[in-house]
Design a binder for this molecule. Structure first.
Ligand code: HEM
Length: 338
């Protein structure tokens, strides 16, 4: 075993010091939380740490790694601390191996993985290319994680809001019966004739506000924005919630109110402040797919079932649970075929 010297020793020393400081910080958190009122803290770093709801986040060591990611270089540690992620990547690796074995380069690509594999082959011997096996793993992992939980959390919000607002559910079902009927499945073209359903889906997304802080981005150069100087290398967090719940824009920002997306004639209206997918060039890449999934799944479900709070159970709360995203609180529902 070699001895650590110079830079490596210094880095390790700093990492250990930060680690100890953070462990200490977490132990003191309760006392501090009681001493300081909620709101911005004098030291932004500490303030951010204390604003996070640790109760609903991952376990303590994962939190420490989130702040001191250099510790992830300790061999074997990532798999131990993140068993679910390890299992997820193992599953993806199986899928990718199967693709490699069954891909026929003479045929058109079956999907993104096939197309990426073809590019990896072309880029062989070019270390500059971003088409390599590790990037393929990451792209596929990104698409799975970004695409699965978001749509399912939104649908979970939609069903919760339907059992809490049976009058809204009835109106959606009425529109489904008039436009689609009970025989054929819904199609994307139906959207144009279903203003109320469209308004409900948009309002579910606005109210659910599942990614309230978007995805962090890093500035690649110094920039001045509305008089604020932001140096290169700053992590920026967009507060989408402040727009989706802006009281100067929405009549009832904290209530579920499909009327936010309807005009006086009952026609669907787009609203500029509707940005659950964020905005700009790095806005959600999956938005068109997500919109299709939400419309087709939601209408399909309400075409076939009526949802309600199970008999004898209290009305579930509509206060979101903040974790990696905002999900509805756990609830049960009764699905009765129509
Ligand atoms: C209701 C569903 C969804 C919501 C609310 C949502 C929301 C978001 C938000 C807020 C961002 C951050 C944008 C930013 O950085 O400013 C994002 C990024 C992204 N989303 Fe979605 N998303 C949804 C569904 C999906 C689906 C179905 C996919 C793909 C299958 C997807 C793939 C991605 C990807 C790849 C990014 C990163 C884009 C980039 O950095 O350039 N999302 N999404």
């Amino acid at each position: 075993m070699g001895l650590l010297t110079g830079d490596a020793l210094w880095t390790l020393g700093v990492a250990v010091a930060i680690f100890l400081l953070l462990v200490d910080l977490m132990h003191r958190r309760q006392r501090w939380a009681a001493r300081y009122p909620p709101g911005p803290m004098p030291l932004p770093g500490l303030g951010n740490l204390l604003q996070i709801d640790f109760q609903n986040m991952t376990n303590s060591f994962q939190k420490v790694l989130n702040v001191v990611p250099v510790l992830l270089r300790i061999p074997g540690l990532p798999g131990k601390v993140f068993p679910a992620q390890k299992a997820f990547m193992a599953l993806l690796d199986e899928l990718l191996t199967e693709h490699r074995m069954t891909r026929d380069p003479a045929q058109p690509p079956r999907d993104l993985t096939d197309a990426f594999l073809a590019e990896v082959e072309k880029a062989k011997g070019n270390p500059e290319s971003s088409f390599n096996d590790e990037n393929l793993r990451m792209v596929v992992a990104d698409l799975f994680t970004a695409g699965m939980v978001t749509t399912s959390a939104t649908l979970a919000w939609a069903l919760l809001l339907m059992i809490l607002h049976p009058d809204v559910q009835r109106r959606v079902q009425q529109e489904i019966d008039e436009v689609i009927g009970q025989v054929r499945p819904p199609e994307m073209g139906d959207q144009a004739c279903m203003p109320f359903t469209m308004a409900v889906i948009h309002e579910v997304q606005r109210f659910g506000d599942i990614v309230p802080l978007g995805v962090p981005h890093l500035t690649t150069r110094d920039i001045e924005l509305q008089g604020f100087f932001i140096p290169k290398g700053t992590t920026l967090v967009t507060n989408l919630s402040s727009v989706l719940k802006d009281e100067t824009v929405w009549e009832r920002p904290l209530r579920f109110h499909p009327g936010h997306f309807l005009d006086a004639q009952g026609c669907f209206v787009k609203r500029e402040a509707f940005m659950p997918f964020s905005a700009g060039r790095r806005a959600c890449l999956g938005e068109p797919l997500a919109r299709m999934e939400l419309f087709l799944f939601f209408t399909c479900l309400l075409q076939r079932f009526t949802f309600s709070v199970p008999a004898g159970q209290p009305r579930p709360s509509d206060h979101g649970v903040f974790g990696a995203m905002v999900t509805p609180p756990p609830y049960q529902l009764c699905a009765v075929p129509r």
